[in-house]
Design a protein around this ligand. Structure first.
Ligand SMILES: Cc1cc2nc3c(=O)[nH]c(=O)nc-3n(C[C@H](O)[C@H](O)[C@H](O)COP(=O)(O)OP(=O)(O)OC[C@H]3O[C@@H](n4cnc5c(N)ncnc54)[C@H](O)[C@@H]3O)c2cc1C
Ligand code: FES
Length: 261
């Protein structure tokens, strides 16, 4: 883990309150693993302000890419950062996804939860994983505008299946609707699979239950409010079968079977 001063290369609005930011970050990009996050000091906030955590959307060739939604003071202040500006970025942090997969990899995401899943899909493809199955992304949102980076997943050859609450894209309903169809199909065929998920808590709980209920491996990236990001403050506690775990150190990715909801 390093605290790197990173130059902003690109920063753009991608609609519906979401933005994409690309940094020159050679040290972090070289070490980053899918599911890890960075802790970013927002320059326009006072020096004493807390950093903000963001999943690594993509890393490689010295570059670090993030996707973020403007929700409050820190992310609003991040909006004004421009190409050429320098930002202190600490990372990579936390414990990411496993990179070996038994059977098809079923990725399940909502909102900015697709960010770590894209980096995961890219790395799995590079590693020739899963060796006996495909990578499928199940993505959900309230409306079409909440479905991010689908073109990036499709460019990797990922099979994208979408669900929106208003039916504006994909099937009308919850992301678990197309996921359940696939689980029934795979179980009927006696196939193993693994589930990787990131998104809002209710979705993560529903997905984790499906992993444990089918006896398959599930890997769940939890989003908890963080303060230090490095294990010192215990602000980011997640209950697990082994007791309280720190999301920033033992997580953010946990085995579904270990989580206590
Ligand atoms: C491991 C991890 C990875 C994350 N990855 C991403 C990402 O890739 N893209 C992205 O847009 N966001 C991500 N987040 C959430 C992001 O850190 C928060 O949205 C951000 O810190 C909010 O800062 P703020 O100052 O703008 O909001 P604040 O002013 O602090 O809060 C504004 C609102 O956002 C809510 N909020 C604050 N922190 C979180 C949080 N951690 N999760 C959910 N709601 C929150 C508050 O409850 C409040 O309602 C991640 C969080 C974690 C822990
Ligand atoms: S944020 Fe401080 S221990 Fe996790």
């Amino acid at each position: 883990m390093v605290d790197e001063v990173c130059k902003v290369i690109e920063h753009e609005d991608i609609g519906s309150g979401y933005r994409r930011i690309l940094f020159d970050a050679p040290s972090i990009a070289a070490a980053a693993q899918p599911g890890q996050f960075v802790h970013l000091r927002v320059p326009a906030l006072e020096a004493s302000a807390l950093r903000r955590p963001f999943s690594i959307f993509n890393a490689g060739d010295g570059r670090l890419e993030l996707l973020y939604k403007t929700v409050g003071r820190g992310t609003a202040a991040l909006n004004v950062v421009s190409p050429g500006d320098e930002v202190h970025v600490m990372g990579p942090l936390g414990h990411g996804f496993p990179l070996k997969c038994d059977g098809p990899a079923l990725l399940v995401g909502g909102g900015f939860g697709v960010a770590p899943l894209y980096f995961l899909a890219r790395r799995l493809k590079e590693l020739g994983q899963p060796n006996d199955g495909a990578i499928v992304l199940f993505v959900g949102g309230r409306t079409n505008a909440d479905l991010l980076a689908l073109d990036r997943f499709e460019a990797l050859g990922v099979d994208v299946r979408a669900a929106t609450n208003d039916g504006s894209f994909g099937v009308k309903g919850l992301v678990t609707d197309p996921l359940d169809d696939e689980l029934i199909r795979l179980r009927g065929a006696g196939r193993k699979f693994e589930i990787f998920a990131c998104g809002p808590d209710p979705m993560l709980k529903a997905v984790a239950m499906r992993a444990t209920g089918t006896g398959m491996k599930g890997w769940i990236s939890m989003d908890r409010h963080m303060v230090c990001g490095v294990g010192a403050c215990y602000a980011c506690i997640q209950r697990t079968v082994r007791g309280n775990s720190r999301c920033c150190i033992e997580g953010p990715v946990f085995a579904a079977a270990d989580l206590v909801w």
